[in-house]
Design a protein around this ligand. Sequence first.
Ligand code: MF3
Ligand code: CO
Length: 297
Amino acid sequence: MLFRRGIEIKNRTQLGYMRQAALVVNQIHEAVWQTAKAGVTPREIDEISAQIIADNNAKSNFLGYYDYPATICISVNDTVVHGIPDSIPFEVGDLVSFDCGCYLEKDGKQWHGDSAFSVIIGEEPAPKPAPSISAHSYPTSSKKEQLLEITRRSTWAGVAAMARPRARVNDIGAAIEDEVDAFAETSGWTAGIVEEFTGHGIGTAMHQPPDVFNFRAAGRSAAIKPGMVLCVEPILTCGSNQVTTLADGWTVKTIDHSLACHWEAQVAVLEEGICVLNQPDCGEDALAPFGVKPVRI
Ligand code: MF3
Ligand code: CO
């Protein structure tokens, strides 16, 4: 395995393994999307996720990670990230993020998938394609819908920045912040960008260098090079960007109890361009508005 400034560089075969793992995670997203509605509990969704992982001969990378007690993270309303699935049924209007992951074992190593999306809970699952696989724009009449939309859009803006010539890792956060600022111009309010959590490199472990900031960070970061795989995962709020971790050691909440939203895409860099590993279409649909055409692997 090659490393470049501490960043793991994957060959084509290894990127193929990561694509497989990321598509298992996409299967989880699809199942969650079709299941999540009022009355369903986070624990039920966690069990469905565990079953899909088992059916694909994959393993959970969340379960047991620093003793994390579940297969996915489900973060409701003012929970920002790392919500532990519980038995409290979803209610209409809940803003919920589903952060999912797994790994496959190939050539004696683990190849990790990790991605997330958010939805607003209704009486029934929404009929349109899962937002994780679509460029579909949300209605943005309420602040909650606007938060969902800007979180989704800023994710794709960050991913698109990876495709620019001579891109560096910190260009991702700059693009996310710019997208948040541009959205503020039209909506009249500015989403808070949570700074405590960052995106990350991913490969034979779930969390690897580099940190991928969600804001414009100073300093000269690593160049984005073929063979790198990065998770881009903005976490935005309707209010303060300050967060606190509960006594369970996991659940992260906004201090002002404002709504939070989270999205995560897993992106490989190839000689010919980028590929969003967790999207069946490699991100083509979602990146089109940004003028980026991903490569298929
Ligand atoms: N998936 C999260 C991330 O995006 C990490 C989850 S850690 C866990 O980086 F322990 F909760 F699984
Ligand atoms: Co992640």
